[in-house]
Design a protein around this ligand. Structure first.
Ligand code: FRU
Length: 456
């Protein structure tokens, strides 16, 4: 590995095709971009084509960067690239050219970005505030690294890639952070039905530290994230998020999490807290948190889909949508600590396809109450039912595809007065329990309009 540090030109540009190469493959939609049926306005979607996991979120120079698993040639999953967008307000996004293209080692699977301010890798001119480094998986499950010195717009793939071989099947999706007490970079990476931890002084040479497994191991583990949150009493805990593809609470793929401690080498799960699910809806997967979030929040974003039907959702000419960026918090709802959270910035209703509803229910008005969602005075078909006796809330999905899970169930707190906030963004729903921090994320699209809208 040192050979690469010694190399005076350790960087190789392998961006072997450009956005223009994809132009011929763009689908001709009957609707102008932005005005298609089911296009959300506050939730991020690519302009066109397929998107899955959010990748490499980093805040840098006043911009929230979002990269994402992108197939620029098709509306179904295929050879992965990293798409790129930036935002200043977390509600509107500027689309950029593809950031990472496949190279001679493979296609670009999920990963993360860090800012290597001290130039620990030796790949930058020196210490600096714009030493952006992406650490990602190749499709063959080896790991690669790329650097950017222009704020994430263009990237150079490291000549020494791959920096780590595939050590086992389903070994992918590195998430890296700086662990100050041990003065090392730490990587959490999924490894079939485990999470492995590695440490490194320089982001290139990684040493195995430990392995963890627990909770739901029905499906393959993907996209880990490890970070700290403070509980309502002011104590700090480590949280390990792990996406599990199959066997999730709401069906198919979902995110479980573990609360415990991390000593720089090993994650010590506090099993008395249980293994819990981050979302009670079916559409929040492969999410992770920002590096260098400016307010010291744990800012999270997830992919609003579910692998059993992700390739079939009827949006056109794009497929894939992300949650609103959420500020994660620890809640104490009386049964141990729970990770929940709300959008860092709530959208405002646009009087048309985006509604933000404040819903409250009092047990005095009945122990079982239903509320039908109306948008512009018209029923959407979604019914939300609150049951004070069973302490559950059910949100059904009227236009579910056959492979979609029909409804979502969320446990309620014991309160006799319940308060929720529901965002309906043209078929994309996020429902938050304002008291417990629990949420349901669910995509649901109505019947396709038979006639296209006239193009202005
Ligand atoms: C999660 C995932 C990752 C992988 C990526 C491929 O949805 O399967 O494990 O890196 O998607 O697109």
């Amino acid at each position: 590995m040192t050979a690469f540090h010694d190399d005076p030109t350790p960087i190789v540009d392998v961006n072997n095709h450009s956005a223009a190469d994809h132009a011929a493959n763009q689908p001709q939609s009957q609707w102008p971009v932005g005005q298609e049926p089911w296009r959300p306005s506050a939730h991020f979607t690519p302009k066109r084509m397929w998107m899955n996991d959010p990748n490499g979120m980093i805040y840098h120079d006043g911009l929230y960067h979002l990269f994402y698993q992108f197939h620029p040639d098709s509306m179904i999953w295929g050879p992965m690239h990293w798409g790129h967008a930036t935002s200043r307000d977390l509600l509107s996004w500027e689309h950029h050219d593809v950031a990472l293209y496949p190279d001679e080692h493979g296609t670009m699977f999920s990963g993360c970005c860090v800012n290597d301010r001290h130039n620990s890798s030796g790949l930058f001119a020196g210490p600096g505030t714009s030493n952006l480094t992406a650490i990602f998986s190749y499709d063959n499950q080896s790991l690669g690294l790329a650097t950017s010195v222009d704020g994430g717009l263009t990237w150079q793939h490291y000549r020494g890639n791959p920096i780590m071989p595939a050590v086992k099947e389903d070994f992918r999706d590195p998430k890296v952070f700086w662990h100050a007490p041990t003065q090392k970079w730490v990587m959490a990476i999924s490894a079939h039905r485990e999470c492995y931890f590695y440490t490194s002084p320089n982001l290139i040479d990684w040493t195995f530290a430990s392995a963890f497994s627990g909770g739901c191991t029905v499906g393959v583990w993907e996209v880990p994230d490890l970070f700290q949150l403070t509980d309502p009493q002011g104590s700090t805990h480590w949280v390990l998020l792990m996406s599990v593809n199959d066997g999730a609470l709401a069906g198919g793929s979902g995110i479980q999490y573990f609360i415990g401690n991390f000593d720089g080498v090993k994650f010590h799960w506090d099993a008395s807290q249980g293994a819990r699910w981050l979302d009670f809806g079916p559409d929040n997967y492969a999410g992770s948190t920002w590096f260098d979030e400016p307010d010291n929040d744990k800012l999270y974003i997830g992919w609003m889909s579910n692998w059993p039907y992700a390739n079939k959702v009827p949006t056109d000419p794009w497929r894939g949508c992300l949650t609103l960026p959420r500020k994660l918090q620890l809640f104490d709802n009386g049964q141990g600590l729970e990770v929940g959270g709300f959008p860092k910035v709530w959208p405002t209703a646009n009087g048309d396809t985006l509604q933000v509803l404040e819903l409250s229910f009092s047990a005095d008005d009945g122990l079982r109450q239903s509320h039908e969602l109306l948008i512009k005075g018209q029923p959407t078909g979604h019914v939300l039912t609150v049951d004070f006796e069973e302490q559950t809330l059910v949100l059904d999905r009227p236009q579910a595809l056959r492979s979609m899970f029909k409804d979502a169930r969320m446990p309620l707190g014991p309160q006799r007065d319940l308060r929720f906030k529901l965002i309906f963004d043209n078929g994309v729903i996020e429902l938050f329990d304002l008291q417990t921090g629990r949420c349901i994320s669910q995509v649901s699209f109505g019947p396709k309009p038979s006639k296209p809208q006239p193009t202005p």
